[in-house]
Design a protein around this ligand. Structure first.
Ligand code: NAP
Length: 608
């Protein structure tokens, strides 16, 4: 059993800091919100559709009738496939844009790529495949290999159609099947479709004036060009020693790649609009003695412990099994409550929020002091300090990033005053009226995560019964039964942050959803149904359940600096978490299990 000490955090002036946080937010809010980003299509299609890792082999179009199509071969798709198999549904195919399984771990191979959260919780199907991660924070190649391991272990390669992008999905009422068109000219009809596209499916680009004018080299972190840089995902970028490189973006991807670019390049210029909080990585190799001590079910217990830290609180005496930046605030809070013998205070939600906020301010101040301690130039250190609450943006873990700014060949350029890079030219980037020339611009500008759904899915048309577009059906907010099915979209199953339970490990959320999807598909098959669809009353019922259990976090969200988590600060933007069932992740598991246990498929219409 692991446990760790609370961190030492400084006293803070919360009121002054809050004002500073709001000022920093206001500086960055842009009127164009999500629209500031460009889609990876037309002039930018190569940022999405090309494959730098493996040649796309020509093949004949496929014409087929398939029982179940899973869209996506990342961890979500692999979990869905394994759960279908477990339920006895074997007639399925997985359609995947990449040349192998892995999803984000197939595409993202930029130097430095590493999991940013506990591998033992995040990597799926560990006990089932008999695999134990080598380190607490696995490197990207281990994640990709694990996706391949799952593919081999469950014999899923025979089910896969790689290098294929689903472009349209239309429900055909004459045959009660989905008509699927792909970028390979395929014409596939599927009884059921399971969307397992994951949240980080599609890269986006910053809509910087002049972006198409640049004559040098460019690429996105999600499609790293090792032919240009040399090296691999562990670094060693040996082809850029004469190159002046610019990076736009200092989120999780940028921060992992920047230390390697700095080591390889003649000069690296980092354009930063908003700094990230940089937690210590402090990675550790997996202790074989610890592994020997584990009992079956250890992983579920660990995931629950992680969930408590991130979305709830520790119970008296509960250890912190995760012991990293994700659990710091909860751990510090628990230690203080224990010291005061004040566990009863947690029963009051307002008091809980207050205590959590106190520890949040203190821990973030600790991280700002860490920047000062590591970065030698005081002005650069000041620019690298983040001013917003924990979880406004995705926390980042890195031990090499901050020291990179002590190197002579690295320049940090603050573009917060202009709300981003001002302009790109043929030769480089303009800041404050001055042109900086570059050989290469690396876009670490993120993904279509909370942009409009038609941008995120990029499936057009995406039409259910009577040609109704899913984008219209969900245009004013999600409408589902159990977060996975929608009225008017028979035999269609969604996954991800929609109207379901949220927990600290995304893959655990996928497991919860896949269990439910596999059950419904199997039940429909057993009953000889050609389609299964929620009634609009059932959909309304679920929306009411979601709203009755909601938590009002609008103040927290609106006070955050803009980013994809809060839809770039758009007042009515889509939250990264969708519209969750705040009644609790494990409570939702119980609720769904109880629904399945009745065997009545309540709220669903089945046609025979
Ligand atoms: P991101 O967090 O969306 O970061 C995009 C970056 O681009 C931000 O720093 C943003 O600045 C900057 N940017 C955008 N437009 C700009 C402009 N016009 N001028 C200057 N800067 C601009 O993308 P990401 O780093 O790829 O990460 C996305 C998500 O993927 C992460 O949050 C994480 O969930 C996941 N991820 C996970 C891992 C991991 O587990 N190891 C690794 C990588 C990614 P602002 O902050 O000011 O908007």
């Amino acid at each position: 059993m692991q446990n760790c000490a609370p961190t030492q955090t400084p006293d803070v002036d919360k009121r002054a800091l809050r004002e500073k946080y709001l000022l920093e937010r206001d500086k960055r809010i842009r009127p164009d919100g999500q629209q500031q980003y460009l889609e990876a299509d037309n002039d930018f299609a190569q940022f999405y559709e090309g494959d730098p890792h493996m040649p796309v082999e020509p093949r004949e179009p496929i014409t087929a009738d398939i029982e179940v199509v899973i869209l996506g071969g990342g961890f979500c798709g692999l979990i869905a496939a394994q759960r279908l198999q477990q339920a006895g549904v074997t007639d399925f195919r997985m359609i995947e844009l990449g040349g192998d399984f892995g999803g984000v771990w197939y595409w993202n191979r930029y130097p430095g790529i590493q999991i940013d959260s506990d591998s033992y919780c995040y990597l799926p199907l560990l006990e089932e495949t008999g695999y134990m991660p080598k380190e607490k924070f696995s490197h990207g190649d281990e994640c990709f290999e694990h996706a391949q391991r799952i593919g081999k272990h469950f014999g899923l390669y025979d089910n896969a159609i790689f290098h294929t992008l689903i472009q349209s999905l239309q429900w055909d009422e004459d045959i009660n099947r989905w008509q699927i068109r792909t970028n390979r000219g395929d014409e596939i009809r599927a009884r059921f479709v399971v969307m397992a596209q994951g949240p980080y499916n599609r890269p986006k680009l910053p809509g910087i004036p002049g972006i198409t004018e640049f004559k040098g080299h460019t690429f996105h972190t999600a499609r790293w060009d090792f032919d240009y840089t040399g090296g691999d995902l562990h670094g060693g970028l040996d082809k850029i020693s004469d190159k002046r490189i610019a990076v736009i973006g200092t989120g999780s991807s940028g921060i992992q790649a920047i230390p390697h670019l700095a080591k390889g390049a003649k000069h690296l210029t980092v354009f930063q609009r908003t700094p990230s909080y940089i937690f210590e990585r402090a990675n550790s190799t997996t202790d074989p003695e610890w592994v020997k001590s584990l009992e079956p079910g250890w992983r579920a217990a660990r995931q629950r412990n992680f969930h408590n830290a991130a979305f709830s609180f520790y119970s008296p005496g509960e250890p912190d099994l995760i012991c990293d930046g994700w659990t710091e605030v909860a751990r510090n809070m628990a230690a203080k409550i224990e010291e005061r013998g004040a566990w009863a205070e947690l029963a009051d939600p307002a008091r809980f929020m207050e205590l959590k906020e106190d520890e949040d301010y203190r821990a973030m101040e600790r991280l700002r002091q860490r920047v000062e301690a590591v970065v030698e130039d005081p002005e650069t250190a000041e620019t690298l300090k983040a001013y917003y609450r924990n979880m406004c943006k995705r926390p980042v873990f890195n031990d090499d990033y901050l020291p990179t700014f002590n190197r002579d060949n690295v320049t940090l350029v603050d573009v917060s005053e202009t709300k981003g890079v001002e302009r790109i030219t043929e030769k480089g980037i303009i800041v404050g009226g001055v042109e900086h020339e570059f050989d290469c611009i690396v876009f670490a500008s993120g993904f279509e995560i909370t942009t409009a759904l038609d941008r995120q899915f990029d499936i057009k048309p995406f039409a259910g019964r009577e040609g109704t577009s899913l984008y219209d059906h969900w245009g004013k907010g999600f409408r589902t039964l159990h977060g996975i099915m929608a009225h008017g979209f028979p035999n269609h199953f969604a996954t991800g942050f929609i109207q379901g339970g949220v927990t600290a490990s995304t893959t655990l959320m996928f497991e919860q959803q896949a269990d439910h999807i596999a059950y419904i598909i199997k039940a429909a098959q057993e009953r000889g149904a050609t389609f299964v669809e929620p009634t609009s009353e059932a959909e309304e019922g679920w929306i009411s359940t979601i709203r009755e259990n909601t938590v009002d976090n609008s103040t927290f969200v609106s006070e955050c600096t803009p980013g994809y988590y809060n839809s770039e600060g758009e007042p009515n933007g889509r939250s990264f978490l969708g519209e969750p069932f705040w009644g609790g992740f494990y409570e939702l598991s119980d609720l769904l299990q109880a629904w399945r246990d009745t065997g009545e498929l309540e709220g669903l219409v089945l046609d025979k």
